[in-house]
Write a protein of this length. Structure first.
Length: 194
């Protein structure tokens, strides 16, 4: 794999890139780049008709530009097929793995929060180790229990699938009780079924 320094103005962001970021993400990445530089190269296409289209690293490219970088490290891949280019973009952004929270728990909490972990994430994923110190509203523990009336048990259940509003109206009409009878008007339903 060859890493090349490329001018930011020569790189083109892919208009299909589905990743997005928020202000906090920008600040976290700024801090990382200011501390360590760009240690993960941008991946761009070298195919003639797709030359310099960014496949992965749009966010790093944006933040590097905000920080005044003129060049960034780039690794080129040759993908003339735009569908393959899109697939690689998705795979590189999706296949990021999961955290091993037991190992992550051995890191300093302040450092983890400094690089973008949220306090709630740390509490939830580390087994609520610090839940004892959290402020708890005692009113949240008041529970009112209401039991619903017992539902009537059905002897049978039927499903009707309608192809039109007319069919629906016919079935609905068949199940409406007539004023002089509490029974289902089966004759209306049979007319519909036949």
């Amino acid at each position: 794999m060859q890493i090349t320094q490329v001018k930011i103005k020569e790189l083109i962001s892919a208009d299909y890139n589905p990743r997005k970021w928020e202000e906090k993400d920008i600040e976290d990445l700024k801090q990382s780049i200011q501390t360590f530089g760009i240690v993960d190269p941008i991946i761009a296409n070298s195919a003639e008709e797709r030359k310099n289209i960014v496949i992965r690293g749009h966010f790093r490219l944006k933040v590097a530009g905000m920080l005044g970088y003129e060049e960034v490290p780039v690794v080129y891949v040759n993908l003339p097929d735009i569908e393959k280019e899109k697939e690689l973009n998705l795979r590189l952004n999706k296949n990021l793995g999961k955290w091993d929270y037991e190992l992550l728990a051995s890191f300093d909490k302040e450092m983890l929060m400094g690089i973008g972990f949220e306090s709630d994430d740390l509490l939830m994923n580390f087994g609520l180790n610090e839940a004892d110190n959290a402020d708890i509203d005692a009113e949240r523990f008041n529970v009112i229990t209401v039991k619903p009336p017992e539902a009537p048990r059905l002897k049978e259940r039927r499903s009707f699938y309608c192809n039109s509003i007319e069919e629906y109206e016919a079935i609905k009409k068949a199940f409406q009780k007539s004023e002089d009878s509490a029974e289902l008007d089966l004759s209306k339903l049979l007319e519909f079924i036949q």
